[in-house]
Design a binder for this molecule. Structure first.
Ligand code: CUA
Length: 317
């Protein structure tokens, strides 16, 4: 049976923690199943009616002490499960600030991945060992689910909005990537590989074969091509607001609603510009629904983000 594995490899930082909790749950279930089944058999034998003439015993009722015991013990155990589960859940759902961001677009039936540096992959993801990676994901059509068993990572990928997940690989190797949400006839073929590489290998991979420039620079080009610059002038003199350094700031609408400029808001403003217009501007922007793909939306957002980081040593434009 060499090579037989009940569980996939533990290849990310949370994998061990997820498994520990899982085995704890199994342990508790096995313990109580055996205890209860054992007692049923034991009592059935011990207290059986030994002869037809024995009187039937009076039915028992009450037993406050016993009831307290069998309420308090399960409560305690449930609270341990709750506390432990919540702590693992929060860990899985809170990416560290320094995580490398990678964009995922799912469609029937493939995974498209874009790195900030410019690499694009299909059904393959190359990442370095030991560094946290955050995935920002959306779908072009139906609901998919990004599932890497070795990382104990599973996150639904939804059309029309961004979801995220993160992991930190701890073991170099090649791991299965699955779609874990039934998404049509070729759902089972929507699979791929995650390659966890050591840093030097990864650097070599990263510097090889970038023809199209970084994600932000592609967004920049798109921004020009779509003529966004006609209205969104850098100095703010255009008919639309300047987008320079806008990401992460708070804007106010005519109705007084305060909005933090994040990926969702930018996405919405490109696809349905009329929904939340910033105070002092006219609702004149046309929709770009159908004109830009999900990949391109991510490039545009990445570009707008890139204008807002003077600390990164970007020359003002
Ligand atoms: Cu995509 Cu199942």
């Amino acid at each position: 049976m060499g090579g037989f594995q009940l569980l996939p490899e533990q290849a990310s930082t949370v994998a061990g923690q997820v498994d520990a909790l899982y085995f704890f749950l199994i342990g508790i279930s096995v313990f109580f199943s055996l205890l209860i089944a054992g007692l049923v058999v034991f009592f059935a034998v011990k207290y059986r009616r030994r002869s037809e003439t024995d009187p039937a015993p009076a039915p028992a009722s009450g037993g406050t002490a016993l009831e307290i015991v069998w309420s308090v013990i399960p409560l305690g155990i449930s609270m341990v499960i709750f506390g432990w589960g919540a702590s693992v859940f929060f860990k899985i759902n809170r990416p560290p600030d320094d995580a490398t961001e990678i964009y995922v677009v799912a469609k029937q039936w493939m995974w498209k991945l874009q790195h900030k540096e410019g690499q694009r992959e299909i059904n393959e993801l190359h990442i370095p060992i030991g560094r946290p990676v955050r995935l920002k994901m959306t779908s072009e059509d139906v609901i998919h689910s990004f599932y890497v068993p070795a990382f104990r990572t599973k996150q639904d990928v939804l059309p029309g909005r961004y979801t995220q997940t993160w992991f930190q690989p701890i073991k170099a190797g090649k791991y299965h990537l699955f779609c874990a949400e039934y998404c049509g006839t070729k759902h089972s073929g929507m699979i791929g590989w995650v390659y966890v590489m050591n840093p030097t290998e990864y650097q070599a991979w990263l510097t090889g074969g970038i023809g199209e420039g970084s994600l932000a620079s592609r967004g920049d080009k798109l921004f020009q091509d779509l003529a966004c610059t006609n209205c969104h002038k850098v100095d703010g003199s255009g008919r639309g607001p300047s987008l320079e350094g806008l990401f992460g700031t708070t804007v106010e609408t005519e109705a007084g609603q305060k909005i933090t400029v994040d990926d969702e808001y930018l996405r919405e403003s490109i696809l349905s510009p009329q929904s939340k217009i910033v105070k002092g501007y006219q609702p004149i922007m046309p929709t770009f629904q159908g004109l830009v793909t999900e990949d391109q939306l991510l490039q545009l957002i990445e570009y707008i983000k890139s204008t807002g980081k003077p600390a990164a040593g970007k020359a003002p434009r």
